[in-house]
Write a protein that binds this ligand. Sequence first.
Ligand code: F6P
Length: 195
Amino acid sequence: PRPILLTRHGESQDNVRGRIGGDTAISEKGEIYSKKLANFVRKRLKSERAASIWTSTLQRTILTASPIVGFPKIQWRALDEINAGVCDGMTYEEIKKNMPEEYESRKKDKLRYRYPRGESYLDVIQRLEPVIIELERQRAPVVVISHQAVLRALYAYFADRPLKEVPHIEMPLHTIIEIQMGVTGVVEKRYKLMD
Ligand code: F6P
């Protein structure tokens, strides 16, 4: 069975500063990850000529994919990170201090909470539907380079995790989650390539 490889982009400038959203480039550490990832993909998908690399439309995923050669790359807007609306570019500390009600309502119901002029996890889950349909249609392996919230939703779908857990699934940087759909169900492996 063909694998689906899920990974977040390499560490971004905003990750370093603790800012959410945005469209910054990757850091030096992020670049190191992009090379390790390319190496991993080259070995793992050696004889898989029909494989493809899917990214979001944000710089940090496109840059993370750039050292990967020999496979077609497709950009999906539906793979962009959760839209934090008026909170885009803020740190969690700043949200807590400047918009305490927003901070509290998100904490109370992270799945349903929608950022003002932005999205909720439920919104993200809904917009991922075409991506999921296309992923299920693919016969060849796919490497999905996306973002924390989006990958939680995608992973939950394939690993059959309940909705309420989605916003809390661990989705660390610099880690590849490999999913294989077998006859007996889903087999999952995690490869932590660096800290
Ligand atoms: O901090 C990185 C990030 O991808 C942000 O852009 C995004 O808002 C956040 O993670 C999503 O995670 P959480 O739902 O836990 O805030």
